[in-house]
Write a protein that binds this ligand. Structure first.
Ligand code: GDP
Length: 325
């Protein structure tokens, strides 16, 4: 089923077939049945779209998003219902495609549900601490979102863009803190967590191994982790290491949102002949095989601030649902 979107500008037009990239190795197929810890069992529905419930429509529209700084748009989007992320607590009515389309956040597959609140915008943000072990992380139980991605993917830039501060993320780039879990408290009520970048070609093998274990322990043990935001550079073709990472998070039922960065970089020649939209579509095509349902994804740019308000709304609805359940 194809949804035509009237409100959203510059959205991805998703072709019905996906391109395969012969240079990429594929992550291993996800096992069908996984034994889930209670936390991941409870939260696993945040990682992937809900089964679309056709019985009810929340009737919620994006009108209030204008107050959040959204740009009303000109371009159509075509996304089939089964490729949308319907957040927990929301339902969509497949019989009313316009209403469903009007609730999809710009440049994403994320449906806005009833848990998105006026608390989305960042009023204040402060660096709290750097931790070298998951056990050292703050223990106040506030909900948190972890940003992770290959080095140079644009993680610091995105963090600064989200909190509207030019240099906040510099804290985590200081020597000695790049391999730490860095907590930033937002609005005194939730955390953005900057995790070490992966894929340093020059890092010694031992350091890379430590990083893996340390970060993976964090993913598996952190009770108040609402969702991982896995950053993928949309200006270059998909990398095996990113696919492996997405696959690993999926296999371990760690709730995940894909954040495509650098979507403003449109020079085809420089980017290996492909536009960000094409790279985004290819990446999704490659991971589709390994997930029962597509995870939420969103296109961003720290240069134009594309996707900033939408990510914050997505975080708001995940956070408020998490707090209530
Ligand atoms: P990190 O290593 O993942 O923290 O990446 P940085 O935020 O330091 O960014 C790495 C490089 O990519 C820098 O040169 C940034 O200026 C550039 N960059 C980051 N985000 C964007 C973006 O959205 N668009 C463009 N065009 N460049 C970006």
């Amino acid at each position: 089923m194809i949804l035509h979107h009237r409100l959203l500008p510059r959205l991805l037009i998703v072709p019905s077939t996906h391109t395969s990239t012969s240079t990429l190795l594929r992550p291993s197929r996800l096992p069908r049945h996984l034994s889930l810890s209670p936390r991941f069992s409870a939260l696993s529905h945040l990682a992937a779209p809900q089964t679309v419930d056709h019985s009810d429509d929340e009737g919620q529209h994006l009108d209030h998003l204008d107050n959040e700084g959204r740009h009303q748009g000109e371009v159509q989007v075509k996304l089939s219902l089964d490729r949308l992320f319907v957040p927990p607590g929301a339902t969509v009515d497949s019989g009313d495609q316009d209403a469903v389309s009007a609730r999809v956040l710009k440049g994403s597959n994320i449906v806005l549900g009833p848990y998105a609140r006026g608390d989305a915008q960042v009023v204040n943000a402060d660096f709290v601490k750097s931790s070298v072990r998951p056990d050292d992380c703050p223990r106040d139980g506030l909900p948190e979102f972890a940003l992770v991605g290959r080095s140079n993917v644009g993680k610091s830039s995105l963090l600064n863009s989200l909190v509207r501060r030019k240099r906040l993320a510099l804290t985590s780039k200081k020597p000695g803190k790049t391999q730490c879990i860095n907590h930033f408290k937002v609005n005194d009520s939730w955390y953005l967590v900057d995790l070490p970048g992966y894929g340093y070609a020059s890092a010694p093998q031992e350091a890379r191994t430590n990083w893996d274990e340390f970060t993976r322990n964090y993913f598996l043990s952190r009770e108040n982790l609402v969702s991982v935001f896995l950053l993928i550079d949309a200006s270059i073709p998909a990398k095996k290491i990113d696919l492996d990472y997405a696959s690993w998070l999926g296999q371990n039922r760690v709730p995940m949102t894909l954040v495509f960065t650098k979507c403003d970089k449109r020079k085809k020649k420089k980017n290996g002949g492909r536009r960000p939209e094409e790279n985004v579509e290819t990446f999704q095509g490659l991971i589709r095989e390994y997930f029962e349902a597509a995870p939420p994804w969103i296109m961003t740019s720290s240069v134009t601030n594309q996707g900033r308000d939408e990510i914050l709304l997505h975080m708001s609805q995940l956070r408020n649902y998490w707090l209530k359940h």
